[in-house]
Design a protein around this ligand. Structure first.
Ligand SMILES: *Cc1c(COP(=O)(O)O)cnc(C)c1O
Length: 423
């Protein structure tokens, strides 16, 4: 066992809950010690014991250009020289809001926050303020950050009761959150029928990537657009992962479905803490100081985060071929996994997002995703880690491919996939 990671983990556990600042990092699901990271560059991540890996976590999504892209690093350094934070408006915030509107046309007006969690909180408050309604619909297995109202699971009577999915969340905080099944139109229609005129918003990851990657069946997203329109309900796409990843304009461009509000994060901050919520002007005019929906932040629009996000989006916009390259590389990985894994695996891949589920017959909903053999995933994870491939330490997180992954990286990874899956 690598010594320094092990020692640091022991030290960390004395002063930090579970030794980590976000639970999945503790490697609980895969039964080994998390690697403490020293540095990352391009497609490679290096731990404190000097071991190098091909990185398919990419900081859980932000690293679409790979780690420490020289242009992004330079933008951050230059911004830092001019002051780390002012708490006052800057030109780069305007440029970023303009670029976001250009790349994601449904976002006419946007507000910057510091995380995806905050972006979702802002979008939901805005939707409630705009519609004057309280209830929202979310989908089982979709993740929207750790705010109270969204840490929710179905109660005993699924149609009518939702209960907190975390200790410390009061029942009152989740009573207006209704839960539907992704890719199941009937489950959504039933909630609308049971709650006429009460639903402020439907929030969805247009391509769920937090139960592993699951693709929307045609025309599920179109159906959500129609049923929300008919009911005066806002449609919120949580594109914190898919935004700028599936296409310059995210999943809404990929599937040609226009939501009312969108949340962004991860890539939008280029590796710095930054979230965005935005949408139609008329709706965003609800947000303070124009409208009555209060939302604020000391570090919102932080100049360093804004510089990193802006430079990242500029690079993506300048070179749309990035998306073709990402698709090709990721498809190569997916094809290899399908071929080598046969019936033992279900492989979902779209753009640079991918999941290998250890279950057969395809995965297109939450129920099927959780039927996966997580013991085998853990075994696969450890094999790949031992052989220099750094994957998400959970069956239910996506594999992220970046523009920095070289053809050699992909081929080496395919080789390891064949070795493991054919065992
Ligand atoms: C990561 C994620 C969030 C939360 O973002 P944080 O920056 O971790 O708060 C919200 N929604 C989706 C879809 C995410 O993947």
């Amino acid at each position: 066992m690598e010594d320094r990671s092990q020692k640091l983990f022991e030290r960390a556990k004395r002063r930090i809950p579970g030794g980590v600042n976000s639970p999945v990092r503790a490697y609980t699901a895969v039964g080994c010690t998390p690697r403490f990271i020293e540095s990352a560059k391009g497609s490679r991540i290096r731990d404190v014991d000097g071991k190098e890996y091909i990185d398919y976590v990419c900081s859980w999504g932000p690293g679409i250009l790979g780690a420490a892209h020289p242009r992004v690093v330079r933008a951050v350094q230059e911004a830092a020289e001019s002051g780390l934070s002012y708490g006052a408006p800057t030109e780069r915030e305007v440029e970023l809001a303009e670029l976001i509107a250009e790349m994601v046309p449904s976002i006419e007006v946007s507000r910057l926050v510091n995380s995806g969690t905050e972006a979702v909180m802002g979008a939901i408050r805005t939707a409630r303020g705009y519609t004057g309604r309280d209830k929202i619909i979310k989908f089982r297995g979709c993740y929207h950050g750790h705010s109270d109202a969204l840490l929710v699971k179905t109660g005993s009577a699924a149609l009518t009761t939702s209960v907190p999915d975390s200790a410390g969340v009061p029942g009152g905080a989740t009573k207006d959150t209704l839960i539907a099944e992704f890719n199941d139109e009937v489950s959504v229609a039933e909630l609308f029928l049971a709650n006429p005129g009460k639903i402020a918003a439907v929030i969805v990851e247009p391509v769920p990537a937090n139960m592993g990657v699951v693709m929307p069946k045609w025309p599920f997203l179109r159906f959500l657009r129609d049923i929300t329109n008919r009911n005066g309900t806002l449609l919120i796409f949580d594109e914190v992962i898919t935004g700028f990843r599936l296409a310059p304009g995210g999943a809404q461009e990929y599937y040609k479905v226009r939501p009312d509000l969108t949340t962004l994060g991860k890539i939008a901050g280029g590796g710095m803490p930054l979230g965005v919520y935005g949408g139609r002007r008329e709706i965003m005019d609800m947000v303070s100081p124009v409208g009555p929906v209060y939302q604020a932040g000391t570090l919102s629009g932080n100049p360093i985060a804004t510089a990193a996000g802006l430079e990242t989006l500029r690079i993506l916009k300048e070179d749309p071929q990035i998306y073709t390259r990402l698709e090709e590389k990721t498809r190569q990985l997916a094809d290899t996994a399908r071929e080598a894994g046969g019936d033992r695996v279900s492989v979902n891949q779209i753009g640079s997002l991918m999941s290998i589920f250890f279950t057969e017959n395809g995965v297109n909903d939450y129920k099927k995703a959780v039927s996966s053999d997580t013991e085998t995933y853990a075994d696969y994870f450890r094999y790949m880690l031992d052989h220099g491939i750094y994957l998400a330490p959970s069956q239910f997180e996506a594999m992220f491919v970046s523009d920095a992954h070289t053809q050699e990286d992909i081929e080496e990874t395919c080789q390891r996939l064949r070795e493991y899956l054919k065992l």
